[in-house]
Design a protein around this ligand. Structure first.
Ligand SMILES: CCCC(=O)SCCNC(=O)CCNC(=O)[C@H](O)C(C)(C)COP(=O)(O)OP(=O)(O)OC[C@H]1O[C@@H](n2cnc3c(N)ncnc32)[C@H](O)[C@@H]1OP(=O)(O)O
Length: 303
């Protein structure tokens, strides 16, 4: 009977945590904000090409690849839809711990496909595309996975914004992140402006956005836009090195790593009171869990 009660309590705790995160991972724009996802998807379908590929490894780390090499990995309309689908898949991946986002062919991403930009030139269409991408990139940032943008070559415009939707940014030698929006008569619209401010502070963000300067590895380290610089550009090495770099953060059971991300995310995004309550719920989900029981049985010393 006692065991049954513990089981029921654990189930309730897990449900509470789920409720908190389901509430939080809700899209920024919904039908209530007059956003019709199907309508913009239909428009985006008219701009095909390229793909967004996902490989989930047994290690619990997935690799998401932006793949449109003939156009420097620019996001076509169908790639925007695929990105959302892949992130939906990652949301369901309960064994996942980490994610690397990269571009194919030694370049990260040159932003929005300029052909689509030209065709969706009305203010309404632009804003609908922006809402769709903000929803998707917010969903990416809120995945319970520790995510890394692996920047090889150039990350321009929307590509630069995409890097800010990951927890960490690693830059390969010679790579650059550049918010070129100003030169296009634009500002960031995929949420990259708001996220940039959180990462580098408002002074640095203002400088980076108002000059549209190249953020090379030195400036990226100085402003903390990059978390580390990789040592080699040799074929295959950046991904190999990024996987190794990430593995330091993903050692251990998925339930614990995912909980760490949830606690940090709530601290980053919620009010202090909400973050504390969420932390309590997440704590409850791991307290007395298998990893906790095993650790206690081993009586570890943290020397
Ligand atoms: C809210 C989102 C805002 C945005 O993202 S707006 C888009 C911002 N991005 C840009 O303006 C990128 C413009 N492209 C460039 O600056 C240069 O192409 C880039 C990336 C520096 C590469 O230069 P290069 O190495 O000299 O190569 P290239 O210019 O010959 O490009 C190779 C082929 O790729 C194409 N491409 C590059 N970026 C693209 C894009 N964003 N949309 C559509 N096509 C794009 C380019 O047109 C060229 O195609 P093609 O070989 O001439 O058929």
């Amino acid at each position: 009977m006692a065991l049954q009660n513990i089981g029921i309590r654990l189930l309730q705790k897990t449900q509470n945590v789920l409720v908190v995160f389901q509430k939080r991972s809700k899209a920024i724009y919904t039908n209530a904000s007059c956003f019709n996802e199907e309508e913009i998807k239909e428009k985006l379908q008219a701009f095909p090409g390229g793909s967004v590929d996902l490989i989930k490894q047994d290690s619990g780390i997935a690799v998401l690849t932006i793949n449109n090499p003939n156009h420097k990995n620019a996001f076509t309309g169908t790639m925007m839809i695929q990105l959302k689908d892949r992130i939906d898949q990652l949301e369901q991946w309960t064994e996942g711990k980490g994610l690397i986002v990269q571009g194919t062919a030694n370049t990260f991403c040159s932003g929005s496909d300029l052909n689509a930009v030209r065709a969706l030139s009305s203010c309404q269409d632009g804003m609908k595309m922006c809402m769709f991408m903000q929803n998707t990139l917010t969903q990416l940032l809120r995945l319970p996975l520790i995510s890394v943008a692996l920047v090889e070559g150039k990350a321009l415009g929307g590509g630069a914004e995409l890097t800010t939707a990951c927890d960490f940014r690693l830059m390969a030698p010679g790579s650059e992140i550049r918010f070129v929006h100003k030169h296009m008569g634009l500002v960031p619209g995929w949420g990259g402006g708001a996220r940039l401010v959180r990462i580098v502070g408002s002074q640095n963000a203002l400088k980076i956005l108002s000059t549209a300067c190249k953020v090379d590895q030195d400036l990226a380290l100085q402003t903390r836009l990059a978390d580390d610089i990789l040592v080699s550009n040799e074929e295959g090495r950046p991904l190999e090195d990024a996987l190794k770099w990430l593995s330091d953060f993903t050692k251990g059971p998925a339930a614990v790593i995912r909980s760490v991300k949830k606690v940090v995310l709530s601290g980053r995004e919620l009010t202090s009171d909400e973050a504390l309550k969420t932390e309590k719920e997440v704590f409850g989900s791991v307290w007395g869990g298998p990893a906790n029981v095993e650790a206690l049985a081993q009586r570890p010393k943290h020397k």
